[in-house]
Design a protein around this ligand. Sequence first.
Ligand code: ADP
Ligand code: MG
Length: 397
Amino acid sequence: MSDLLDERTQALIAEFRQRYGAEPTAVASGPGRVNLIGEHTDYNDGFVLPVAIQRDVRYVFRPRTDRLVRIFSMEFGESYEFDLDNLAYNDAMLWTNYVMGVAWSLAEQGLTLTGIDAVMSGNVPRGSGLSSSAALEVSTAQAFLAASGLLGVLDGPTIARVAQRAENEFVGVNCGIMDQFISVLGAENHALLIDCRSLTYELVPMPRDAALVIGNTRASRSLASSAYNERRQECETGVALLRTALPAITALRDVTSAELEQHRDLLPAVVYQRCRHVVSENERVGQMVAALRAGDLVQAGELMNASHESLRVDYAVSSPALDAMVAAMRSVPGCYGARLTGAGFGGCAVALVAPGREKAVADAIFEHYPKATNIWPEVYMTHVSNGAQVVKLEEAK
Ligand code: ADP
Ligand code: MG
């Protein structure tokens, strides 16, 4: 039996029956994600290593014979109807734009969708850096494709690009491709190595039952977007200056640590530091892949700690809250390592933890983090999960 047929799905089915007076025919899901290592490398044409988590956005649905879409969001307690032939951005109900955006983006692929009746809900925390938006887009795409008899027509990377396009062009949020990629292509007990230049990818086996604890700082991320733009600019400056000595490079991805040291004099001190983070972080992703393949969780944890230090010191995107979170995580025996994940300043940190030690790490977070920050955190314990799924539901007897 699929793990999709759990109590959460049962609750959605009950809601569906009550709203539409019929049985849903299938359930579709798209998980959230956490990036294990490879931070601020994506826009430098580098490498990232995310995993899918055991939290998802989920649909139960039934195809209609017309072009109407009726959808109820459990979290927002709102229902919405739209016509697939008349998709218009809705200022008043943001969440509906992700749904319409995916329908629009699938149509842009030349696919003809059928309408659906649907009940949707998610337990990926929203706006916390675990990519509830990609989970919503990917589950929406799966629901429409399945309802329209089009499962298997698009390959996984194409579904990811369709979902990303919905967010970029319909919702109007400029996100990269990592989140949608892992939500579609993730696999249980595997991390996904993505080359952000070529978009080639590879599943990397995780040591059996490696556990993750994610701590949500719930701290303000108001600094994040201005710093993000500043960092991108600093990386571009670094590339432009390094090109005077290394004409073949087009991104920091092309620079080794040795080359950076050799040409360090070309760079202002701050730009050098930013570059050192990106270059070393790319190298750490490769080392992490090797450590995971070797089953060496101690080494993997050390690389995560080193990533956090590099983000804190060289890239200057950590914060007192994130530092307090990783300190609390690392205080527990059985925590191999911990780092901030996502753009920084707020959002979440992730710890790699020995199986059975998740609860101890969570307890330590609740004990130490609020004292340091006056903020009550949220903690999510998870193993590495599968990517998007669709499961047919049996007709009720
Ligand atoms: P993140 O992707 O980091 O969680 P975003 O701001 O990119 O944060 O996306 C969050 C938005 O996605 C929410 O504001 C909401 O519009 C939509 N969303 C996410 N989860 C759900 C859900 N379960 N139900 C309805 N909308 C959701
Ligand atoms: Mg998002």
